[in-house]
Design a protein around this ligand. Sequence first.
Ligand code: WAQ
Ligand code: MG
Ligand code: MG
Ligand code: MG
Length: 254
Amino acid sequence: MIYSVRMRAAQGAAHEDGGRHISGAERLVSRDQIGALTQSMVERAFSHSRGQTDFINITVEAVATENIRRLELLPMTTVAAADVSAGRAAAKAALAAAGVKSPAADAGMERLLALKDSMRGAMLICGVTGQRLDGTDGRGIRVSRMDIDDQNRFAAWLEKRGFTGIHIREAVVLATKVAAASGVIAELCWSDDPEYTAGYVASASGYMRFPQLKPYGVMQGGRLFFIRPETNITELMHYLETQPVLVVTPEEAE
Ligand code: WAQ
Ligand code: MG
Ligand code: MG
Ligand code: MG
């Protein structure tokens, strides 16, 4: 049996009572890992750069192992750009290459930039029109029940390629799950952590990192999932929120 362990932390009040999102995390672990993991999640919530946490929710839930889907980690590349505006232009080009229409990419990016503060989840955006499709307003859709299959092999694989830190580790796992959804064309993300300026565009063809998608110190960040117009939104949300996924680190060519 494995367990979905999910943490969300907010400031001022619980998320559902209007609290400000501070931190979240989701993992799939064995029973013997739950104690240490939940302790580290509490510590992480209390020491977050977005601010003081007043509310922490941790959920532990058994997941039936026969339902787990295994997905190969997306190939990762880093694209250098001189500054934030060059980074955003390159990210828009990557979205276009993945099949997102340019007005939709523009409208989506404007929605991210218009956020007063970050949401706890992602916006579903029509990849043709830029229309918002999830109808969850300030909440967003939280992707959950995913993890890497082998933490040590994954860490070694990332380190060998110069990819360091927890942001990358968590982001590429999430992006791999999202990109495998049949209705998803591509994802655009940048962090809501003020010290973390990097973001990415991901699609089934890969995870493309951009070291600067927002200025240092900014607490606005978020995620956009660009969706094919004919997609069944209820089924897509169900996959994103509940389908257990273990991401498999690629085999090394010796
Ligand atoms: N499901 C849906 N949306 C999420 C989730 C999730 N599980 N986790 C975070 N978000 C949304 C939410 O709106 C956050 O405000 C926003 O994304 C940013 O979350 O290659 O660290 O965890 O160097 O701050 C990307 C670049 C890092 C990594 C992304 O995002 C790299 C990051 P954060
Ligand atoms: Mg995160
Ligand atoms: Mg897809
Ligand atoms: Mg964050």
